[in-house]
Design a protein. Structure first.
Length: 411
């Protein structure tokens, strides 16, 4: 998928929308709205008022959203699964569609007598409403005063449209169509540089088994790869993080695939390629594995002599294999060197057919494997850029910006 096409296609990638459905005939359009929001990449949770359930069933909205539907404030089971305050914090936006005249009145006056109105009070995220009612109700002075109040408080109002109504009247009060509402919703969020782009990242060390209890590995903490995963997600990308054994929590809204050995990581990376526009290899992959790792724990007395010999065989070079793949994702490697950093990094770009390489000098004590800081030189065929000592979070953000600029130039 090309980033340009995807920008409009996936304007809600990684966004969480709480869709409030209130009682009105337009509630049937909420089912379609969930589909359109999901088409744009959103994760949707529906919240229904009791009146809404007279028009459409929670089951329909659950099936379409793929998430449980929330209906009552005082349901201990639902609260145990996700409490209303937690749900309020979950959303990046609450969209009430359709919003009935009664609900808008309750919203304007700060009521909290059902789950949806309570969520609107408790949430710190933006709020949008799509009014739907009879044209005379829409025009009523009390309703108009409520709308003025809501707008003055920063509530986004989508529509209503004018036209023929379910009751036979003609005039303003119809809810906007699902496609229009989904687009209005996407327009509320700022465009992010990697919206619609799929980024796969390898991170951490690999472990090469000697026997069931022993292995060969290295000191990689995975911190750089995890920080890049977060930065790419914040830039709007859909992120897959293929991680060796590390002690780090999974970043929110990132798909994590855990692997142990280099062969596992190779397989997971190849499998991810159909869903990858940019591949970033931060993993410290073991160059060799034990040729015949033992199924049983090796005993000291298993060896005839005083020493022990392990035969090692080379592991596949994952990033080089990715760069051979057609179509080739924009491929970024890392180079940890202790001397002549730039020179070795340039050779690696050529040898592995990379688009970019991030070189760091691991002979320095203040940066590298287990540190929270890093300083790198980013190198590409026709240039380079130094990123001075900074937190891995900051370096990750700067890297994601630079990678996305170069990636877009290649499309
Ligand atoms: O050749 P070297 O190990 O120094 O290259 C480092 C870069 O290559 C890193 O991006 C690392 O993730 C990647 N790599 C790999 N598979 C290997 C070895 C290294 O993807 N087997």
């Amino acid at each position: 998928m090309h980033a340009q096409e995807a920008t409009t296609e996936l304007g809600l990638a990684n966004r969480r929308i709480i869709l409030g459905v209130t009682g009105g005939i337009a509630a049937y359009k909420s089912a379609e709205l969930i589909r359109r929001l999901k088409d744009l990449g959103a994760d949707v949770r529906a919240v229904m008022t009791p009146a809404a359930q007279e028009f459409i069933t929670p089951l329909t909205l659950q099936a379409l959203s793929g998430n449980p539907v929330h209906t009552t404030l005082l349901d201990t089971e639902a609260e145990a699964a996700m409490g209303h305050i937690e749900l309020a914090r979950w959303g990046d936006l609450i969209l009430v569609a359709p919003a009935s005249a009664d609900f808008l009145a309750r919203l304007a006056h700060g009521h909290g007598n059902d789950l949806l109105s309570t969520l609107c009070l408790a949430a710190r995220c933006p709020l949008a409403v799509a009014p739907a009612m009879n044209q005379a109700m829409w025009a009523a002075a009390s309703n108009q005063a409520n709308m003025d109040l809501l707008q003055a408080r920063g509530v986004h109002v989508f529509g209503p449209a004018a036209g023929e109504q379910a009751c036979g009247d003609i005039g303003p009060g119809r809810m906007l169509e699902a496609t229009e509402l989904a687009q209005c919703t996407a327009n509320l969020f700022p465009h992010r540089i990697l919206t619609g782009t799929r980024v796969t990242i390898t991170a951490g060390p690999t472990r090469e088994a000697i026997d069931p209890v022993r292995y060969i590995s290295n000191h990689s903490s995975g911190k750089m790869g995890f920080a890049i995963a977060e930065a790419a997600r914040d830039a709007g990308a859909q992120v897959t993080l293929i991680s060796g054994p590390v002690h780090l929590p999974t970043p929110d809204r990132v798909k994590r695939i855990d692997v142990i050995s280099a062969l596992d990581m190779h397989q997971a990376s190849m499998d991810a390629l159909t869903q990858t526009d940019i591949f970033i290899a931060t993993a410290a992959v073991a160059d060799f594995r034990v040729e015949n790792s033992h199924n049983q724990k090796i005993k000291k007395q298993d060896n005839s002599g005083p020493g022990m010999t392990l035969t090692l065989v080379e592991n596949p070079d994952i990033v080089a294999a990715v760069a051979q793949h057609e179509p080739k994702p924009f491929t970024v490697g890392f180079a940890a060197e202790t001397r002549d950093v730039e020179n070795y990094a340039r050779q690696k770009i050529e040898r592995k057919n990379l688009d970019m390489i991030v070189a760091n000098d691991v002979s320095r004590q203040d940066i590298g494997f287990n540190s929270d800081q890093n300083a790198v030189t980013v190198i590409w065929k026709s240039g380079q850029q130094l990123m001075a000592l900074a937190s891995k979070t900051q370096i990750a953000r700067d890297l994601v910006t630079l990678i996305s600029e170069h990636y877009k130039n290649t499309r």
